[in-house]
Design a protein around this ligand. Structure first.
Ligand code: HEC
Ligand code: HEC
Ligand code: HEC
Ligand code: HEC
Ligand code: HEC
Length: 193
């Protein structure tokens, strides 16, 4: 090959090609970050249910609806029956409540879109965290302020381990509950059983 052409390729073309490759990688990496770890996922739900109104303004306890949270692995999503404890009367003239009543009367389950999820090969248990006094907000953010729930924290293996290794940096009320708290496990079989 001609020496000039080689020089040109090395000094001009190669840096441009490298730059383009790195730039494309960086842009794809950051633009798919949220999708890969779920942060920011906040789907529209079949009924416009607001946590800000029910759990924030009206201060209904999380456990009134998420009944499994201190008893089992799953927090559980309330059935329409629980909503109807109030909505057979409350705001029954509103379109969203009429929609709700329709589900109830036809005995159709409301298919809420799932937001937070770990893969099936991971073992996670709500009760063993919640009963030690670890507040929901440490993992789910300030749900009481959310009109529509979305994921704010990462739920990767790294994120679990960060708190298991250094709970004092991840649990906001750590000082209050530390007396009765062990460190979370780091051995593989704890979460992969
Ligand atoms: C009146 C019932 C009710 C109360 C009270 C309530 N929730 Fe919910 N919650 C729901 C319903 C219904 C859904 C499913 C629809 C949605 O995502 O908004 C849900 C969804 C969620 C989700 C997302 C579930 C997923 O798919 O990942 C989280 C997290 C959550 N609630 C946390 C809380 C916390 C924390 C509190 C207390 C501060 C609370 N909720 C109080 C009814 C309730
Ligand atoms: C403890 C009683 C109670 C429970 C349980 C409850 N709600 Fe409500 N909800 C209310 C009250 C009261 C209002 C009206 C608040 C206001 O407008 O100030 C309301 C308002 C609403 C609204 C807004 C209506 C509008 O357009 O003005 C929706 C939608 C709604 N609730 C859905 C639900 C769903 C879905 C559930 C079950 C997951 C549920 N609620 C459970 C008491 C309750
Ligand atoms: C230590 C972190 C952590 C804490 C604390 C926590 N959660 Fe969760 N939550 C998770 C994880 C992880 C998932 C996904 C679980 C799965 O896919 O099986 C989840 C899922 C959920 C779901 C989806 C449905 C279900 O049944 O699992 C709801 C609802 C929920 N959490 C509510 C709550 C409420 C309410 C509290 C507080 C009383 C709470 N969580 C405390 C980590 C946490
Ligand atoms: C905000 C802090 C925090 C986060 C985030 C967290 N954990 Fe934990 N976890 C703890 C603490 C603290 C303990 C020990 C509690 C005790 O027994 O005193 C624990 C205990 C456990 C245990 C042993 C108890 C049991 O249920 O068998 C498992 C398994 C576990 N965590 C899984 C997970 C997984 C999986 C995730 C991520 C999806 C996760 N944890 C995220 C704080 C956390
Ligand atoms: C505190 C809980 C926890 C512990 C302890 C833990 N893992 Fe995980 N692991 C997870 C979670 C949650 C996921 C799924 C989310 C993800 O891929 O980051 C996962 C995913 C994985 C995956 C799949 C990765 C992928 O990209 O699909 C492998 C492999 C794995 N873990 C191996 C291990 C090994 C080996 C150990 C022991 C050295 C271990 N894990 C300890 C929680 C844990």
């Amino acid at each position: 090959m001609d020496k000039h052409l080689l020089d040109y390729n090395l000094k001009v073309r190669l840096p441009i090609i490298l730059f383009v490759v790195i730039a494309v990688f960086a842009v794809t990496y950051y633009s798919t970050y949220a999708e890969r770890n779920g942060i920011g996922y906040s789907p529209e739900q079949p009924v416009k249910f607001s946590h800000k109104l029910h759990a924030g303004t009206m201060q209904i306890d999380c456990k009134y609806c998420h009944t499994g949270v201190d008893k089992s692995r799953n927090a559980s999503i309330p059935s329409v029956d629980i909503c109807m404890n109030c909505h057979t009367l409350a705001r029954k003239d509103r379109p969203e409540i009429q929609k709700l009543t329709d589900y109830y009367e036809k005995n159709r389950p409301l298919e809420w879109k799932r937001i937070h999820k770990v893969p099936d090969f991971v073992y996670f248990n709500h009760s063993s965290h919640v009963n030690k006094g670890i507040d929901c907000a440490n993992c789910h953010g300030d749900v009481k302020q959310m009109e529509v729930v979305g994921q704010v924290n990462s739920f990767t293996m790294g994120a679990c381990l960060q708190c298991h290794r250094k709970p004092e940096t991840k649990i906001s009320n750590f000082e209050e509950i530390k007396g009765n708290l062990k460190k979370g496990p780091e051995y593989c079989a704890a979460c992969h059983r």
